[in-house]
Design a binder for this molecule. Structure first.
Ligand code: PEP
Ligand code: MN
Length: 376
């Protein structure tokens, strides 16, 4: 009796695990199908063709119902299954189909974007920095002080950043200040403090490069190089940073169009470095309530056009700490792959961008809500 019960549970167990395996295979197939549907959507968009082809859909559905009958599956089951699966495919295409009624690019223009452009068959780029993967579907919060001011300051910043779950720390060692009379950064000495403080705690670092000649030395200690807004179109700097092979964070110039940003990214990709993250950080407008105007529409607009990951810098756009959290939510809401924010262990003493520095507890609230959550 006991043997029979045990046998029965063994049979159930193995049947159930066979079913579980099949369910997973079905999910994998649905996901593969959606990927192909997305490519079809892109091809349709480039050819200026509508997403829906009702006649083709109906014919295909009828053929599937007939095939299902031969397998002993009732028509209503096949129709329900097909509708659910097809909906997923259409959803993938619709995400790409809010295209303007006329071509996005002229043929000449589109040639300028040959490396950054999203194309059928081209995979979305995932940029790997340490244990973080930017563009892989999860929201990454990069944080740290505007400037590396002293060994004690960066140690304290690394302490609270790591404690809050930051994986990529930011910090400027060479500072591109608006006025030459302001703090310009402690250079390579600060980079040594920064790399030690972050790496000892298992974090990686991103820091700005100002001079092409410094790129190599900075790349020896920094895990990711930043090209600042003021230097977005500095071709020798773009080339030098790309050649180091380090991932590059490319910020949009405050007066640059998205096309110009993508052209700047082409300079990096053409050197063979495709580990590039684009960053919207606010543009110049007539508005004075903020330091710059955060152009959140840049995110979905770029998303339509490029395979590169896109993050947002709400700190430099806002210029004040109070609205940074709300703008981080906005960045997530429009589908960004993450944000980069400024935070300081003791903001009253900050040597640069004091007004926009988050306190550790303000950063903690952002981390709690957004770090690692699914990207929209
Ligand atoms: C920075 O991130 O430190 C910085 C100077 O930003 P931006 O280049 O966007 O002004
Ligand atoms: Mn700053």
């Amino acid at each position: 009796m006991t043997t029979t019960v045990t046998d029965a549970s063994l049979v159930f167990g193995s049947l159930r695990s066979a079913i579980d395996k099949l369910d997973l295979e079905i999910l994998n197939l649905v996901s593969k199908r959606a990927e192909i549907a997305r490519d079809v959507g892109l091809a349709k968009r480039m050819a200026q063709r509508p997403v829906f082809d009702g006649e083709r859909e109906r014919k295909h559905r009828r053929a599937l119902v007939a095939a299902g009958k031969k397998l002993g599956l009732p028509g209503h089951t096949v129709r329900a299954l097909y509708d659910a699966i097809a909906r997923e495919g259409v959803a993938q295409q619709l995400a790409l189909s809010h295209a303007p009624s006329k071509p996005v690019q002229t043929p000449k223009d589109s040639d300028d974007f040959r490396l950054t452009r999203l194309e059928p068959g081209r995979k979305l780029t995932v940029v790997t920095v340490g244990e973080a993967h930017i563009g892989a579907g999860h929201f990454e919060v990069i944080a740290g002080p505007c400037s590396v001011e002293s060994e004690a300051q960066i140690e304290a910043a690394a302490d609270f950043c790591r404690g809050l779950g930051v994986r990529i720390m930011r910090g400027g060692c060479f500072k591109p200040r608006t006025s030459p009379h302001n703090f310009q950064g402690h250079g390579l000495k600060a980079l040594g403090w920064f790399a030690r403080a972050a790496h000892r705690r298992g974090m990686v670092i991103v820091t700005e490069v100002l001079e092409p000649g410094d790129a190599g030395a900075i790349a020896e200690q920094a895990d990711m190089l930043q090209i600042g807004a003021r230097n977005m179109q500095n071709a020798p700097l773009l080339r030098a940073c790309a050649k180091t092979g380090r991932p590059v964070l490319l910020k949009r110039g405050p007066g640059a169009t998205l096309k110009e940003l993508l052209c700047a990214a082409e300079y990096l990709l053409v050197e063979g470095n495709s580990q590039v993250v684009l960053c919207e950080r606010g543009i110049k407008t007539f508005e004075t309530a903020t330091r710059s105007t955060l152009d959140l529409s840049a995110v979905p607009s770029l998303r339509e056009f490029t395979h590169l990951p896109i993050i947002v810098d709400p700190s430099h756009a806002a210029g004040r700490d109070e609205i940074v959290h709300a703008l981080c939510r906005g960045a997530h809401g429009v589908g960004a792959d993450g944000v980069i924010v400024e935070a300081h262990p003791n903001r009253q003493t900050a040597l640069s961008d004091k007004r926009q520095a988050l306190t550790p507890s303000q950063l903690g609230a952002i981390m709690d809500e957004l770090q690692g959550v699914e990207r929209l």
